[in-house]
Design a protein around this ligand. Structure first.
Ligand code: SAH
Length: 377
């Protein structure tokens, strides 16, 4: 990956009205928009028309909404803005992975990724600026958390990635695995995912294809189970015992694996959704056969799947991808132990696709702007 060859395209200029004068439409619910329309004498069905234009027909301006009366379009344009972020970087890798670094209206920066895998079009979306969980190997949390994203800021990532697709191509999967801890911003995440799964005017993505990834916050896992939003839950375990997990995932000190497993079991009982546990394999740290054996005992008997991800090195951090031999032995031990395991291929390495990496790189190289492609297309 290099930033040496930025294409001569200027970065998007900030929306003229990002000053707070205009309402941020993506933050508004359909009900709020209906109220606004009724107050101005427009029929309520216009709300659905407007939202369909934005979420399904990929309109970037009110002017493009050709079946709305001109007067309404003008009123909308003077009251609302659709997008609020500026694309500060856009990278594309040879495997079709594209990553956006978005600069929010207050200057906060977040990352989101589009992955193309056969017919799948998956997007990885951020829930916070930064992250408070402090996982030692992760780039997102190195500077702590700045703030939660709003509903609109979460949706804006989805829409900007959607607009990178060919017109007849559709998003198929969402993973809340970008920057931040989604369960620490659960109300906004659920609002945004409500639009993502809505097939009337939203993105129409089945909740079975929407995954929320968490460090494991038991009270929030319970809330998610109770909310009757049957999303897939992925729990970032990374260690089979508290001693090791406390070192890798410091927030674990006040939680503990046992209470996470209990919350996971409750989630399964309530939703019937098979759980995923994620395990980032860090060379020499959590990749031993002994760790694999402990994992087997921890997961045996649970309807769960283990997703093992070789570490994607973060510049400046002293962690490494395990050797192929270590990966092989780890995998063999899990399979022999009867665990349902998947070894995930890393994608988009050369564009720093692991969460938080691009943002950090750009902070160190603030002079680099524009769209940099990592491959000839
Ligand atoms: N906070 C949530 C979601 C964001 S992180 C969570 O902890 O699940 C999404 C996943 O990416 C987590 O499993 C995280 O541990 C993993 N991850 C973070 N940095 C990584 C890296 N450099 N290489 C591989 N996986 C990484």
């Amino acid at each position: 990956m290099t930033f040496e060859n930025p294409i001569e395209t200027p970065v998007e200029s900030a929306p003229v009205d990002a000053t707070g004068q205009h309402h941020y439409l993506l933050d508004w619910s359909e009900a709020q928009l209906i109220d606004w329309l009724l107050e101005r004498g427009w029929p309520k069905f216009r709300a659905r028309q407007i939202l369909t234009w934005i979420y399904q027909k990929r309109a970037d301006s009110f002017d493009a909404m050709t079946d709305l009366p001109k007067g309404l379009r003008a009123q909308l344009a003077s009251a609302f803005e659709i997008f609020r972020s500026v694309t500060a970087a856009h990278q594309k890798s040879v495997d079709g992975t594209e990553k956006l670094l978005l600069q929010l209206a207050d200057g906060g920066r977040i990352e989101c990724v589009l992955l193309r895998d056969g017919p799948r079009r998956s997007i990885c979306v951020s829930s916070q600026v930064g992250c408070a969980m402090g996982c030692v190997f992760c780039a997102s949390g190195l500077d702590g958390v700045e703030r939660n994203l709003s509903r609109g800021e979460i949706l804006e990532q989805m829409l900007k990635l959607q607009r990178l697709l060919e017109p007849d191509d559709r998003l198929s999967h969402i993973v809340m695995m970008g920057m931040g801890e989604p369960l620490a911003n659960l109300p906004r995440v659920l609002e945004a995912l409500g639009v993502a799964k809505d097939s009337q005017y939203g993105l129409g993505i089945s909740p079975r294809r929407i995954t929320i990834s968490t460090v494991g916050l038991p009270p929030a896992i319970d809330k998610l189970a109770e909310s009757d939003s049957p999303y897939q839950l992925a729990i970032s375990l990374h260690a089979p015992n508290d001693e090791l997990r406390n070192r890798l995932v410091p927030v674990n000190k006040s939680i503990g694996i046992e209470s996470i497993m209990q919350a996971a079991d409750r989630y399964f009982q309530r939703t019937g959704r098979r759980l995923t546990f994620e395990y980032v394999l860090l060379g020499g740290l959590n990749d031993s056969v002994a760790c694999a054996k402990e994992l087997v005992s921890l997961l045996r008997g649970r309807t769960a799947m283990l997703n093992v991800i070789p570490y994607n090195p973060v510049p400046g951090l002293p962690y490494e991808t395990p050797s192929p031999e270590a990966i092989h032995l780890f995998r063999k031990t899990l399979i022999d132990g009867g665990i349902n395991v998947m070894f995930r291929q890393r994608k988009g390495d050369e564009i720093q696709a692991a969460c938080g990496q691009l943002r950090r790189l750009r902070e160190r190289e603030p002079q680099v702007v524009g769209i940099s492609h990592t491959s000839s297309e």
